[in-house]
Design a protein around this ligand. Structure first.
Ligand SMILES: [Fe+2]
Length: 406
């Protein structure tokens, strides 16, 4: 089912676009006007900007093509905006993060009209449905797959839905309706024999692929044994309680620099209650660590430190992908994103897609690759080949990890 999300078309694609939009609106609709206007914070966008950006993105890529790059490298569309504009305000590549907090933004009522108009027009333009031929033909001149931009806009909105979840968690707002603390099964070690494995998406696959997942290529893996589930919060507490944050051998190089600067002696969103037991922050609440809760809001340095303490290591992204695709007992998705040992780099032969800002600017820098999917990630996004990436110090996202022995 999850993989089929990459092959959505026609009425199913329309249903998915409506579903994604309903989720977007539900994730912010219950918040008060005051909650829509938090103080500026790193990693968070103003809600009104983010909603207008979602509408802009879909309209820009689905309805306004074909596209080209201007002299400064910005994407340009042939047709002007009808619902969400101007480009200078709502293209994340054009408007710097700080500026999103000072520009005048549409009101909630204006956003409602903008989002509905854009969604209806984009759905009308799905090739193969009524009225879709005109725009579909136009977009097809820019991309060989006539459904590419619809699917891209769908996944883009799903990603912003998750960003709204982590915004609510970071600001201490209530958990969105229907969102429960993720659980994990008890972990065992699963053995994987050495061999050559295929990683990434084949060009012949007719479904959607993100540019960073291509091209498929062969990787040689040695024998390894991998946890069947992400590391639990209680296991992570054993590392913390052993004084792991104060042991320099677990924090080599840049990890040590981060550790010294942060002054943390436990995960940032943990505290001890009056009886000395650990609690974790969950949106607007403090909860005791339950045995089936994954370690969460853990950054890459903390994940790596745990591994060094436990005599383990983080999986490579190729190991993770191969395990997720081939081991029936490998439990992933629906709990936390998982840090891997790898920096986020292009696959051999990588070519950026039309939405070049998605992957290319972050490749080869300090971003670290994550795999899997969190409780706040739409199930459509769960795919064993999907590559997420964040800077290693980020703990606001719903990230944890699993370990490898050998
Ligand atoms: Fe975006």
């Amino acid at each position: 089912m999850d993989v089929d999300a990459r092959h959505l078309s026609g009425g199913n694609l329309a249903t998915a676009l409506r579903d994604s939009r309903a989720r977007t609106l539900a994730l912010v609709g219950d918040l008060t006007d005051a909650q829509w206007q938090p103080t500026r914070q790193l990693g968070i966008n103003p809600i009104a900007w983010e909603l207008a950006h979602i509408a802009w993105f879909a309209e820009f890529w689905i309805l306004r093509g074909p596209h080209q790059r201007d002299g400064q490298g910005f994407a340009q569309a042939r047709h002007p905006p009808r619902f969400a504009g101007p480009d200078a305000h709502f293209d994340s590549a054009r408007l710097a993060h700080a500026q999103r907090w000072v520009e005048n933004m549409p009101t909630r009522a204006e956003l409602g009209v903008m989002l509905q108009g854009q969604l209806d027009a984009c759905i009308d333009a799905i090739p193969g449905t009524h009225g879709g031929a005109t725009v579909g033909t136009d977009s097809a001149t820019a991309h060989p797959d006539p459904l590419y931009f619809h699917r891209l806009a769908l996944f883009h909105e799903d990603m912003h839905g998750e960003a709204f979840c982590w915004m609510r968690a970071a600001l201490g707002y209530p958990a969105p309706a229907g969102v429960a603390v993720p659980t994990i099964a008890e972990s065992t070690l699963l053995s994987v024999p050495s061999g050559e494995v295929r990683v990434g998406y084949d060009a012949e696959d007719p479904g959607f692929a993100f540019d960073n997942e291509c091209p498929a290529h062969t990787v040689r893996l040695q024998d390894f044994a991998v946890d069947s589930a992400p590391v639990s919060a209680l296991d992570f507490a054993r590392f913390v309680d052993s004084g792991g944050y104060d042991a320099p051998q677990f924090w080599p190089s840049v990890a040590g620099t981060w550790r010294a600067r942060s002054h943390l002696v436990h995960p940032q969103r943990w505290r001890r209650n009056t009886h000395g037991a650990w609690e974790m922050r969950w949106f607007d609440q403090w909860l005791p660590l339950a045995p089936d809760t994954p370690a969460m809001h853990i950054n890459a340095y903390e994940a790596q430190a745990f591994c060094l303490w436990a005599g383990r290591r983080l999986p490579s992204a190729a190991e993770w992908e191969h395990a997720a695709r081939t081991l029936p007992g490998f439990r992933w998705g629906h709990s936390v994103w998982e840090w891997t040992a790898d920096a986020f780099t292009p696959y051999p032969g990588f070519t950026p897609g039309p939405y070049r800002e998605y992957s290319e600017p972050w490749m080869g820098g300090d971003h670290r690759e994550l795999r899997g999917g969190a409780f706040a990630t739409h199930a459509r996004m769960h795919n064993p080949r999907y590559r997420n990436f964040f800077q290693p110090h980020r703990c606001d996202v719903f990230a944890g990890f699993r370990t490898v022995a050998g």
